[in-house]
Design a protein around this ligand. Sequence first.
Ligand code: ATP
Ligand code: LTN
Length: 334
Amino acid sequence: MPVTEKKKVILSGIQPTGVFTLGNYLGAVKNWAGLQDEFQCAYMIADLHAITVRQEPAELRKRTLDAFALLLAAGIDPQKSLTFIQSHVDLHAKLSWVLSCFTQFGEMSRMTQFKDKSQKHPDNVNVGLFTYPVLMAADILLYQADFVPVGADQKQHLEVTRDIAARFNGIYGDVFTIPEPYIPKAGARVMSLQDPTKKMSKSDTNPNGYITILDTKEQIINKCKRAVTDSDREVVYREGKDGINNLLNIYSSITGKTIPECEREFEGKGYGEFKTAVGETVADELRPIRENFARLRADTAYLKECYTAGAQMAYRAGRRTVEKVYKKVGFLLP
Ligand code: ATP
Ligand code: LTN
């Protein structure tokens, strides 16, 4: 009889800090649906992470439900994948505490996301923002994930997760699987349309900087037309042409064409024509998600059924890891 191989485990998460942007989609969520058959996947809404920046409570609740519906709208099937909300599974917080005692202050100080976000919110540089990557490590290690599909901005957090896991394993034996990042070749870093030296972010205060996956065709085309570029005329990928490079990346990531193929397609054409083509391509790609979302979001009873079942299954999947960790570090079991 053939030995059936156990599927490798994938885990990823997204914060309910706003409607997902084209960056979240191309860098992460788009790939998640396609991994569901080959892997045992777990996808969660990272609401614990979201409160590292001050959130209005009613708004956070609404955004969490929106984000959950968006995952399903983007093709995540709760029958195939563990689909849940982070705060519903208390194991994340428990493991995070233990891991924080195996993480060095200096390691956290080097995280660029911490530096960026504390600059952005100088009035609220809280300890949660500082230890954010430890909680992320707990999310991943709890489920013994083999791969973590994320955008390029999360690479540093994954490296630190690997370091924490290896350190713990070095002391206590093989407790954690060491996870690998799974970063897409194209679309891993979509930049802001208004400042193409910064990543596109859903918590940007200027909505022209990002395209959300629920924007209408008209809004998308308008934002692309207004995208900051440069003063020459050639649609070519070149150092210093950050705005055009970004639009080429987006176009290439959606169409699957290589950058030189895209350049050839727009040879001799102006920026206006190129920007409209990018806008139309993006809008066509996102339309089905917007339609699915409208249908799913209206059915809150179904969403609740999915996230309740998801949390129970996630709990069962993660429980053994916490038990093992508690035993290893020497807690007297109740
Ligand atoms: P916030 O603006 O609140 O910090 P965010 O838009 O950066 O949020 P996250 O929830 O932190 O989004 O990230 C969800 C996923 O989307 C992660 O895997 C992250 O790597 C990916 N991602 C975020 N922004 C981009 C981007 N501009 N390009 C590619 N991938 C991205
Ligand atoms: N920090 C992530 C969101 C996130 C995540 C995770 C991603 C929270 N926990 C676990 C992968 C695995 C971000 O994208 N900013």
